[in-house]
Ligand binder design. Structure first.
Ligand code: WTA
Length: 656
């Protein structure tokens, strides 16, 4: 559909009604909303029975705003719920993961029974290395089965995993290890990306130079590269794990036992350690996976194309799917490892029925062209999902037409690291969908759109997205910083959780998410804060001052544009600044991650500031997006922005 046609079509707010066939067989039936809203807390208690409890909870919710406890007198083991109980129920031969390596033809199939043994061995090995209940273990691994096994083994012991995306730098890793005082690290020697091995262990070695409390590092041999080895500290997985007993009897832990920490960018330079506990988190992962993806464990093959280094990987590659006992595809490589049709080959070969990914990937696949999916049999697909950022209607329509043959429902799922599981999404078979809208809060979830005063906006109006009552998988806080938790999420609108996103309610009352309204950027679905990147830039000896904004970008949603003032000396006149700009981009990649590398760095002699000295990011965003400049009356020197706008044209640089 052309853009103009699509716009005209959208103006009529047309929607796609669910097919009657799909609706008949859907896991969720329309009565679910009324059932849940009659008594949401009681409804969640019923959902908790999806788990196998050692002690069934009699308490449901204890709410001491903003601190919630769910199912607090219940006890359970997360790993048992994901793995053992399926084997005990006679489903051990069912495939848990069809793992697909970066290189074509490299695959591993792991059944639930095999997964149970692998997890038992890993749990025994971690115990031998000294991991105990409550200890924090950092996981810095590529997308290999051992990553999932490690996570399950850690929670099996009642320890706490802190998975750090393997694309993060040594600095980012060490600050996360230090913040939650991890004493153990599990990693790999390297990873494969588009056929070439890239080392991971050197980043761990570098990070650990500043982490003296780390006692042991467990290393999976994934590539054949040379590795630096610290005797006594480093242990090969194949030497330590594979010789262990493949039986491990697990203990049960209270529902509110901390299960994991996941760092995410907030509005300051320091990422927040969002932590989740066991019973409530697992209940909502299990429930949402069942209803939103409408899974049929007997026949579905589910593929969440995300990384375990993000919350989507935690909730919808590991916990939600495993609790539901489904078969999944787990893929190590990039969308174009081995060719631009790699994804479609994977779907065809594995008969994937449910695909869940980020809009930025959909836009990339769309840009590569229709011929790639067209050449493959995608008829196994029956449901498509998106997550991580607002999806533009063009990409939504392309996904529907070219991947879903105009037949598969699309679920646009809104949620956050903090919410733990999906909060707003259509329910397939019930909700008519609109391209670009996340539609409705899920049953048992209360969401509102409010204005500056915290009052609900009417239909057809925009405002701030808030969550109005506690939900089972809500974060229990920021690790070690309860004050920051209160202040960040619960102070803007008293009594309500402030998500940091803008949203609109359309004329029908359906929700459209509009992106972050704070200083958090969303680059290809990855959260990064403007201050984090500014900090990295200012940490470079040549930089005097930096301001960073997220400018809209056709493929990545947002892209980083940095305005930098250099420390100048008299003999700098006439110097070629190209190499400086490149060095600054690499510096940010090194300090944070290649995903944080600015698309553009604009060198400027000054930055626009208010009279109170605050940098006017709003104006810089206007400049970065070539928009008419907003109100400049509060600036100390309004000419600065015009000068920068001029520089944008002459000194645009660093695109790749
Ligand atoms: C954004 C990812 C629009 C949003 C699961 C949120 C979305 C942030 C959607 C959380 C969606 C996520 N539509 N925006 N369907 N899903 N977001 O913590 O800005 O990595 O606040 O969790 O992503 O990112 P996070």
């Amino acid at each position: 559909m052309s853009e103009a046609k699509l716009e005209a079509w959208l103006d009529e707010t047309r929607s796609f009604a669910p097919s009657p066939e799909f609706a008949r067989q859907a896991n969720a039936q329309p009565s679910i909303y009324a059932e849940a809203s009659a008594d949401p807390v009681a409804w969640w208690r019923l959902q908790a029975d999806r788990l196998t409890w050692t002690t069934s909870p009699t308490q449901t919710l204890e709410w001491d705003l903003p601190f919630a406890k769910w199912f607090s007198d219940g006890t359970l083991n997360a790993s048992y719920n994901c793995v053992d109980r399926h084997v005990e129920a006679g489903r051990g031969d069912k495939v848990a993961y069809h793992w697909v390596g970066d290189a074509e033809g490299e695959t591993r199939t792991i059944t639930y029974a095999q997964l149970q043994k692998l997890v038992a061995q890993a749990a025994n090995a971690l115990s031998e290395l000294g991991v105990k209940t409550g200890d924090r273990v950092a996981v810095y691994m590529p997308m290999i089965p051992e990553a999932v096994v490690t996570m399950l083994a850690i929670v099996r012991l009642g320890a706490v995993h802190s998975v750090v995306f393997a694309g993060f730098s040594a600095d980012a890793l060490s600050s996360r290890i230090l913040d939650s005082d991890c004493q153990f690290v599990v990693t790999a020697d390297g990873a494969y990306r588009r056929g070439s091995a890239s080392p991971l262990k050197p980043a761990v070695d570098e990070a650990l130079e500043s982490c003296p409390n780390v006692k042991a590092v467990l290393v999976v041999k994934r590539t054949n590269g040379d590795v630096n080895w610290v005797e006594g500290r480093d242990h090969w997985w194949h030497e330590t794990v594979e010789r262990q007993n493949d039986v491990h009897t697990c203990e049960s832990f209270p529902a509110e036992h901390t299960m994991f920490i996941m760092y995410t960018s907030g509005t300051t330079a320091k990422p927040k350690g969002i932590f989740h506990t066991t019973g409530g988190y697992l209940t909502q992962c299990a429930t949402t996976y069942n209803y939103v993806f409408d899974i049929k464990p007997e026949s579905d093959v589910c593929w969440t194309a995300a990384d375990i280094g993000w919350i989507t990987g935690h909730s919808y590659i590991v916990y939600g799917p495993l609790i539901n006992g489904v078969t999944q595809v787990m893929y190590e490589g990039l969308p174009d490892s081995g060719g631009k049709d790699r994804w479609w080959k994977i779907i065809e070969q594995n008969k994937v029925s449910i695909l869940y990914t980020a809009p930025t990937t959909i836009r990339t696949l769309m840009k590569w062209g229709d011929q790639f999916p067209k050449d493959h049999d995608l008829t196994s697909l029956r449901l498509l999902g998106t997550v991580g950022e607002p999806i533009n209607p063009e990409a939504w329509m392309w996904y529907r037409e070219h991947i879903g043959s105009n037949r598969c429902p699309i679920v646009d799922t809104w949620w956050q690291t903090e919410t733990g599981a999906i909060m707003v999404s259509p329910l397939p078979g019930i909700t008519a969908t609109k391209p670009g809208a996340a539609m409705r809060p899920l049953p048992g979830i209360g969401v509102d759109v409010v204005d500056n005063n915290g009052d609900s906006v009417g239909n057809g109006e925009g405002g701030y997205l808030v969550i109005t009552h506690p939900w089972p998988s809500m974060t229990r806080g920021i690790y070690g910083d309860p004050e920051r938790f209160k202040e960040t999420y619960w102070s803007r609108f008293p009594g309500k959780y402030f998500a940091g996103d803008g949203a609109k309610r359309d004329e029908d009352g359906d929700l459209w998410l509009l992106g972050r309204i704070d200083d958090v950027m969303n680059i290809s679905g990855h959260r990064l804060s403007t201050t984090e990147v500014e900090h990295a830039l200012v940490g470079h000896p040549a930089v005097a001052e930096a301001a960073v904004v997220g400018a809209s970008d056709e493929t990545t949603g947002q892209a980083i544009v940095a305005f930098v003032t250099l420390k100048m000396s008299a003999d700098d006149a006439g110097k070629d600044y190209g190499p400086v700009i490149e060095e600054l981009r690499l510096h940010v990649a090194k300090v944070i991650s290649p995903i944080a590398k600015p698309r553009q760095i604009i060198l400027t002699p000054d930055l626009p500031k208010t009279r109170s000295g605050k940098i006017m990011r709003r104006l810089l965003r206007d400049v970065a997006e070539n928009r008419q400049l907003g109100d400049v009356t509060t600036l100390t020197d309004p000419t600065v922005v015009n000068m920068i706008a001029g520089l944008m044209e002459t000194n645009a640089s660093g695109e790749d």
